[in-house]
Design a protein around this ligand. Structure first.
Ligand code: NAG
Ligand code: NAG
Length: 616
């Protein structure tokens, strides 16, 4: 690094100013030993401090104060403390101890302190070992802040070589673990050395309370700097056996911003030098029982993503369509199903879901994490138990088949780190009847459909016998029958007309006048008979209100037919008369001509009217 750059870096680093108080005796605790490890292998920075705490005073002590400079504390995403339990090989972490934030008396203003409740009261001379884990988000600062595609990404981390504590510290060491041995620079102090990818400070002895010596580490960091600006995880519980998880990510590369052009070709040819800080894949660790896994972005499903499974995990490889460079963003969604029996339990008349809170993606920082637990419709008395503070409210989700919608419990957490990926529980009451609501809706829906079908197929659309419309129908039937009878009689008349005509033809052939007269006589009497039969039919039609439109036509038909009869009879008499007088054929023609013409028109009218009535 050139001198200019070094100068700039020095200006860039602001040294913590800590106003030391002369004698802030907070308690009689002293820290007889502290080993700190700063893990810089990820962009999510973890500092683990193993403290041996001793009571040097006379009064028993039950709390321990942990302090951070304000400008570090504002990046603090997660803090927890555990007692060391067991000895030798069985040594390990106990259950996490309660930690409370809030300024303590006697603390300098530029410090943020937390109170850890010790697992037991420390009496005079007693000691205890515990481990404090502090996880920081976005505490690494890219320097330079912009890089071009061919540059490596360098970041800066600042802390103190001494453990900043309100208590005196007898012996202490610090180890800084880096991603690799490429260290641009680090603050060199007495008793400090770099060894491969580690920098060691100490041991330092007998430091007074609030001792502080700033250190700066400037190093190469080329691992994924994955930050989800927003992640919405939807956990939908279906009592029919499935938990459906859907996760929507707004992801950004949170490292040094790319300056200048990006050449994809260069990147593909040598991704390690032309895009060292870019990342092109992330891995999500899903539960082994995850099924129906999918992964898509705005464009559609990404089928190139890989899925590996073993008995412990299902790993989903998330590979965006393009590599992400500093400042670049992408949006994607993935989802999977889980068996309900592994996540839903019952206790004291309530049910509860026990499922993990955070993102399953490795080393992902989430600026804003929203977890929505969609419960079955009809759930009530909803409450949540989370291992850390979260904001919460309730919503309703409406989907098909829902009547009142599904209750949704929404939890929100800012600065979520993998340490927040703990189990939380959502308790709710649910009556089994509610479970049956949807199927009952379906079943009753189908039931009514079937009943409707049966009713339809058995329905007697021929109208109930007592109703007025039934009577109307009867009357109408009568009208139709009458018209039919009337038509039959007219047709019989027409047959007689034909017989009269053919008797005339016979006459012209044989000259048998007598036979012709007999035929006319028979016809005449038949006409009279039929005319008698017609009378009651016409009366019926006339009296029926439903035949109001038909009656005039029927009457007209009868009248025309009568006229036709008369004309035919008249014509018949004339012809027979002419034969008796032995007039010529021509003379006969002349005499019957006016009748003949009228007969033809009448016959046409009668045929038309018959046809009209026939069509009713
Ligand atoms: C993507 O995959 C999901 C789950 O397999 C499927 O439901 C969805 O229809 C797919 N979408 C497209 C656009 O192929
Ligand atoms: C929730 O599940 C986790 C992991 O299986 C388990 O350790 C924890 O005890 C469960 N919590 C409750 C309240 O059942």
């Amino acid at each position: 690094m050139g001198l200019g750059c070094k100068l700039k870096l020095d200006l860039f680093i602001t040294i913590f100013s800590i106003a030391l108080l002369s004698s802030p005796v907070l308690s009689d605790l002293i820290i007889s030993k502290v080993d700190r490890r700063i893990d810089l292998t990820s962009h999510i920075v973890r500092i683990t401090s193993t403290l041996k705490v001793e009571n040097d005073g006379n009064d028993p002590v039950s709390d321990l104060l942990v302090a951070f400079p304000d400008r570090q504390a504002k990046h603090l995403a997660f803090l927890s403390a555990y007692p060391h339990v067991g000895k030798g090989k069985t040594k390990g972490r106990g259950a996490s101890l309660p930690v409370q934030s809030g300024q303590s008396e006697g603390m300098p203003e530029s410090l943020t302190s937390y109170t850890v409740s010790l697992p037991r009261k420390l009496a005079k001379g007693e000691s205890l070992t515990l481990e404090v884990l502090a996880v920081f988000a976005q505490i690494l600062r890219p320097f330079p802040e912009q890089v071009s595609q061919g540059d490596f990404q360098l970041v800066v981390f600042q802390d103190s070589a001494y453990y900043l504590s309100p208590y005196a510290v007898k012996v202490q060491t610090l180890t800084v673990k880096l991603p690799d041995a490429r260290i641009e620079s680090y603050t060199k102090l007495e008793n400090s050395k770099a060894q491969g990818s580690e920098i060691k400070y100490g041991p330092y002895e007998n430091q007074s309370p609030f001792s502080y010596t700033p250190i700066v580490v400037h190093y190469e960091y080329n691992k994924p700097f994955a930050v989800a600006q927003k992640l919405v995880r939807e956990i939908e519980i279906s009592h029919w056996g499935n938990v459906q998880i859907t996760e929507h990510y707004n992801l950004v590369h949170g490292g040094a911003v790319l300056k200048g052009e990006f050449s994809r070709l260069d990147y593909q040819m040598s991704p390690h030098t032309k895009g060292a800080s870019a990342f092109s894949r992330l891995v999500a660790k899903l539960p082994p029982s995850a099924h129906s896994v999918y992964y898509r972005d705005e464009i559609g499903n990404i089928s190139t993503s890989n899925l590996w499974s073993n008995s412990k995990n299902t790993e989903l490889e998330i590979e965006p369509r393009y590599p992400l460079l500093g400042g670049w963003k992408t949006f994607f969604t993935f989802g999977y199903g889980l068996p309900l029996k592994d996540y839903l339990f019952a206790t004291q008349g309530k049910r509860f879901v026990n499922i993990s809170f955070g993102s399953p993606i490795n080393e992902l920082l989430v600026d804003e994490l929203v977890v929505k637990v969609v419960l079955p419709e009809g759930s009530s008395d909803i409450s949540v138990s989370a291992p850390f503070p979260v904001e919460q409210w309730q919503e309703t989700k409406q989907s098909h088949l829902d009547i009142s919608g599904r209750p949704v419990l929404v939890l929100q957490k800012t600065n979520a780190v993998p340490e927040h990926n703990q189990h939380f529980q959502v308790y709710y009451k649910f009556s089994c009847l509610s479970l049956l609501r949807e199927p009952l809706m379906l079943i009753s829906g189908f039931f009514f459909l079937f009943v409707a079908c049966i009713a339809y197929s058995h329905a007697d659309f021929s109208i109930s016998k007592s109703s007025a419309s039934y009577l109307a129908k009867l009357q109408w039937d009568e009208v139709l029958t009458t018209i039919q009878q009337l038509g039959n009689i007219i047709n019989r008349c027409l047959t007689i007309h034909d017989k009269l005509e053919s008797s005339l033809i016979e006459l012209s052939r044989t000259g048998n006048v007598q036979a012709c007269k007999t035929a006319r006589k028979a016809a005449d009497s038949l006409f009279k008979e039929l005319s008698k039969e017609l009378k009651p039919l016409l009366t019926t039609l006339q009296s029926s209100p439903q035949a109001a439109q038909i009656f005039p036509k029927a009457e007209e038909l009868v009248a025309k037919e009568r006229e036709l009869q008369e004309r035919l009879i008249a014509k018949h008499s004339i012809v027979v008369d002419c034969y008796e007088k032995k007039l010529s054929g021509r003379e006969i023609e002349n005499r019957i001509a006016p009748y003949q013409q009228k007969v033809t028109t009448l016959r046409q009218d009668v045929d038309d009217l018959l046809e009209y009535l026939d069509e009713i």
